[in-house]
Design a protein around this ligand. Structure first.
Ligand code: RIB
Length: 305
């Protein structure tokens, strides 16, 4: 499986603490461990697509600090093309993550260099976009840049995927016409559609609303409940493979990267959803963001327990 995916988005150094439970406001807890792990939704999706068989380019920004070098090095180690990863003066993006014994997490992001990925910076690497088949964006870089990248992907006839993460409010309505696949989780689907998503029925209602706004197709990821696909004609529920979760960080990113890699390799969307789901399921059995993302051979060898 080898095709060209371009990811336009964030790179963060994840500062990860494991604790027995998530702290309440004003509370101090004693944690069990601390680690620094390469992450960022954009970089995670790039790594996922690369490990799962695609040729990948990344467009993004890192800071002029030690984290910046490490974040770039992590992508280069996966043979990801980093000619469009710029180093800007100042701090790299960081994410402060707490993971509890139930594998749930909280994440606070400080964008740092990710905030420097402007529309003009993206335009400098238009040839990288032109060379791709599939373009993926998320929401950890400035909104104006995301809107610009989606529109450019549409103009060039690419398959355009938006993972609207993190989202806490509706998207600009003029973005929808550029999106082939919108892939939110439950809370993002709720924020985008105004429909509170807590069941398959409410996910269907939210997807219907997002397609009415102009999205081509919608895949709402539902954690352990799998995912819901909608294309305006039909809905299909894909149950998730059952696994023992250790850490759900980057599960959504692994799904998106795996889905994109499979599409770019010519699989149909049903096959691509199933492929992404197996990859995401394997990722939750391991700790950390990029270290948890499986290889293509792991996904191919996966048997439902
Ligand atoms: O989706 C997981 C990612 O969210 C982490 O790697 C963190 O950097 C934040 O961007």
């Amino acid at each position: 499986m080898s095709a060209k995916v371009v990811v336009i988005g964030s790179l963060n150094m994840d500062l990860v603490t494991r604790a027995p439970r998530l702290p309440k406001g004003g509370e101090t807890l004693i944690g069990q461990s601390f680690s620094t792990v390469s992450g960022g939704k954009g970089a995670n999706q790039a790594v996922a697509a690369a490990r799962l068989g695609a040729r990948v380019s990344m467009i993004g920004c890192v800071g002029s600090d030690a984290y910046g070098e490490a974040l770039r090095g992590a992508l280069l180690a996966e043979q990801i093309d980093c000619q469009a990863v710029s180093t800007v003066e100042g701090s790299s993006g960081v994410a402060l993550i707490v993971v509890d014994d139930n594998s749930q997490n909280t994440i606070v992001i400080v964008p740092g260099a990710n905030g420097e990925l402007t529309a003009a910076a993206i335009d400098r690497f238009d040839s990288v976009i032109q060379a791709a088949d599939v373009l993926i964006c998320q929401l950890e870089v400035p909104d104006a840049s995301v809107g610009h990248a989606l529109k450019r992907g549409r103009e060039l006839g690419k398959t355009v995927i938006l993972n609207p993460a993190p989202a806490s409010r509706p998207l600009p309505v003029d973005w929808y016409a550029s999106i082939d696949y919108l892939i939110p989780n439950e809370s993002e689907a709720s924020a985008l559609s105004g429909v509170s998503v807590d069941s398959l029925e409410s996910a269907q209602a939210a997807a219907t609303r997002l397609i009415a706004l102009g999205a081509g197709k919608v895949i709402i990821t539902l954690g352990a409940q799998g995912s819901l696909f909608a294309d305006g004609q039909r809905f299909e529920h894909f149950p998730a493979p059952v696994v023992k979760a250790v850490d759900t960080t980057a599960a959504g990113d692994t799904f998106v990267g795996g889905f994109a890699a499979a599409l770019a390799a010519g699989k149909d969307e049903v096959q691509a959803i199933r492929f992404g789901q197996v990859a995401a399921a394997l990722s939750v059995t391991r700790a950390g963001a990029q270290p948890s993302i499986p290889a293509l051979s792991d996904v191919q060898a996966f048997k439902t327990p």
